[in-house]
Ligand binder design. Sequence first.
Ligand code: FE2
Length: 134
Amino acid sequence: MAIQWTDDLATGVAEIDDQHKELFKRIDRLFQACNQAQGRLEIGKTIAFLEEYVDTHFGAEEKAMKQRSYPDYGAHKAQHVYYRNNLLTIKQQIEEEGPGVHLIILTNRLAVDWLRNHIQKLDRAFGDFLQSGA
Ligand SMILES: [Fe+2]
């Protein structure tokens, strides 16, 4: 299993695209660790990284949206909040139960399904909005 940033995820905003690439890189590291049966060791590091990095990243996106009075700001931010809450739930469960396989699967699902979908739909919509010069 692997996860890779692909061109169809480009928003056209260099800062945002670079941050997405970094997210994918780190999540892929977790996949690689899982492939080598090292997932339990890597999951804590990945969650710690994501927890800090998504704040920076979501913050940068939200700031750019506010600056441009982006009409979908509220709905977009709500998705960021949802993601962050999920991350915190997983973190808490890992602290309580240890890094079980189902938590690694949950993290992967959150990383792949949610993140990829979010970027492909909402972040790209924002990129289009910026490029339309609205
Ligand atoms: Fe976003």
